[in-house]
Design a protein around this ligand. Structure first.
Ligand code: FES
Length: 75
């Protein structure tokens, strides 16, 4: 099992983060550290950036996908 933090894009739902992440502000200061949570990608959560399950009642439809390959250009 990897010790790296993992992100998994779920079909018709959130991005599941497994591991510990530091949340930083615009200046790079850590203001929160959390682990094992889901990020909203449907835009309907009332607790952004976290998923609150609203994607289900809004019938969010989007396929799961892999993260870009290492040789893909960054945005
Ligand atoms: S993905 Fe779950 S509330 Fe948006």
């Amino acid at each position: 099992m990897s010790e790296n933090t993992r992100m998994q894009v779920r079909a018709n739902g959130s991005i599941r983060v497994t591991g510990t992440v530091d949340f930083v502000d615009a200046e790079g200061n850590v203001f929160r550290t959390d682990s094992d949570f889901s990020l909203c990608r449907c835009g309907h959560s009332n607790d952004k950036p976290f998923c609150d399950g609203s994607h289900r009642s809004n019938n969010f439809q989007a396929p799961a996908f892999d993260t870009p390959k290492e040789d893909a250009p960054n945005n």
